[in-house]
Design a protein around this ligand. Structure first.
Ligand code: SDX
Length: 428
């Protein structure tokens, strides 16, 4: 093996495969020629050791618990930035100057309204439809309204689609929620900042003005920063795979919303709250940990474990500290917080969790904060989707800007029937 390639030896071949070096992280073996040179595919279900693309947006070091957005540590962005500035950073690659930020904010603010026909679309759902179903369908439908942003090869159209998605996601999310509780939909108020505007659309009622709560707005803005991007996670990889077919940005992001919904991914924050409520009391924690270790139970500690982080999820550390602060400031005394703390303490001392390197992830504490902000449980994954829209569309744009893009089309290990003759039904 020389410094920039590796040699793969099979019973019949010895091939030299180039190494692909990034600016940070492990180098990768370029296996694109492996089938042509050896007749073998590679096999990596779940893509645990497979890089699907080159990207300059986010870097994660799972062993050290490092998360960088365009090179900036998540801890510094959480401390000093705000979601809309982070969205700009993810999209443009650099922090904005004052004028650039003002221009971006103005563009987002003036694209927050949704087409009036979308109201009729939402009315087609039953009141008890899950808001993720309404959000996914509504975002996919945007391509039916905005024909001026469907040319994926036009950088200006790609950028306008990004602005529209970041701007309209909160409006549509709030409209879905309001529809599900029978409240009139609220139009976005341009005099409010991004998160305040969302909270106003969620909670303002015609009968009385909504008193804005700076603690709630700051907490939600921070949660949006922490959820904005995360490299090639399942939903972002879905957006890229759909985007690789040439599908429009709205269809690509709608596919990401669908992927995020699963309880193994973004649906975990909703599942954590349900799990904590099911455990109910700190005295039941040891039983829950025992169940999570019993493979037969099929039960997992939701909010624990991560494909990449084999140490504390840096976002979980920030959210954990914020959880205490926000609940204190809002005067919320949630008994489920005690259950969560006890569960975390028990799991982090348990050999099974230590040996499997299972630590709390971003979803473990976020639900407790959403609950304190009076956001209903079924809206938790919608919160995740609002934030992750910035990352999804940044990756979608990056894949179209990067030369040499090809349609994603994995191979397989076929384990089905070998060739056989058809038999007429009366002879079977
Ligand atoms: C997110 O990818 C991302 O970056 C995602 C995300 C993002 O920002 O986009 O970070 C957001 O999705 C966070 C993860 C939220 N999901 C959950 O909290 C659900 C609970 N966690 C898991 O189901 C699991 O840990 C995953 C899905 C997160 C990771 O799955 P992996 O990497 O495929 O690991 P695995 O399922 O193969 O498990 C490895 C071992 C198994 O035991 P063994 O068979 O090897 O003995 O660990 C065990 C699992 O049984 N295990 C757990 C566990 N998670 C893994 N056991 C108990 N409780 C758990 N939570």
């Amino acid at each position: 093996m020389s410094s920039n390639n590796v040699t793969l030896t099979t019973p019949d071949h010895s091939v030299s495969l180039p190494l692909v070096e990034g600016s940070l992280g492990p180098s990768c073996v370029d296996i694109a020629s492996i089938y042509r040179e050896t007749g073998h595919f590679t096999f990596d279900p779940g893509f645990a050791a497979t890089a699907s693309c080159k990207s300059a947006i986010t870097f994660i070091d799972g062993e050290k618990g490092v998360l960088l957005y365009r090179g900036y540590p998540i801890e510094q962005l959480a401390e000093q930035s705000r979601f809309l500035e982070v969205a700009y950073l993810l999209l443009e690659g650099e922090l904005p100057g004052t004028a650039e930020m003002a221009g971006f904010e103005d563009a987002v603010t003036h694209h927050t309204m949704m087409h009036e026909s979308l109201k009729n679309f939402l009315r087609g759902f039953h009141y008890d439809a899950h808001p993720m179903a309404m959000l996914c369908a509504s975002i996919a439908s945007l391509s039916a309204f905005y024909h001026d942003t469907l040319d994926i090869n036009d950088p200006a159209q790609r950028k306008l689609a990004a602005i529209r998605l970041i701007a309209k996601m909160p409006t549509i999310a709030a409209a879905a929620y309001r529809y599900s509780i029978g409240w009139p939909i609220r139009y976005p108020r341009n005099n409010l900042e991004y998160v305040d505007r969302f909270l106003h659309m969620m909670f303002e009622v015609p009968s009385e003005p909504l008193e804005m709560n700076p603690v709630a707005a700051k907490a939600l803005d921070l949660l949006f920063i922490l959820h904005a991007d995360h490299e090639q996670n399942a939903s972002t990889s879905t957006v890229r795979l759909v985007g690789s077919t040439g599908a429009n940005p709205y269809a690509s992001v709608a596919a990401g919303i669908a992927a995020l919904w699963g309880p193994a991914h973004g649906g975990a924050n909703e599942a954590v709250l349900k799990m904590l409520a099911e455990i109910g009391d700190a005295k039941n924690v040891d039983k829950a940990v025992a169940r999570a270790k019993d493979k037969e139970s099929g039960f997992r500690l939701m909010g624990f474990g991560h494909r990449v982080y084999k140490n504390f999820d840096p976002r979980a550390k920030i959210i954990r500290a914020m959880c205490h602060d926000v609940l204190d400031k809002l005067g919320v005394n949630d008994p489920l917080l005690e259950v969560a703390l006890k569960l975390e303490e028990a799991a982090l001392k348990d050999d099974y969790f230590i040996s499997h390197k299972l630590y709390p992830n971003v979803d473990f504490y976020s639900g407790l904060i959403y609950k304190a902000l009076k956001i209903p449980t079924e809206m938790f994954t919608v919160m995740f989707a609002i934030a992750r829209t910035a990352g999804w569309i940044a990756h979608w744009i990056e894949q179209h800007e990067m030369p040499g893009g090809r349609i994603g089309r994995p191979r397989q290990v076929y384990v089905g029937a070998e060739p056989r003759e058809y038999v007429a039904i009366d002879k079977r």
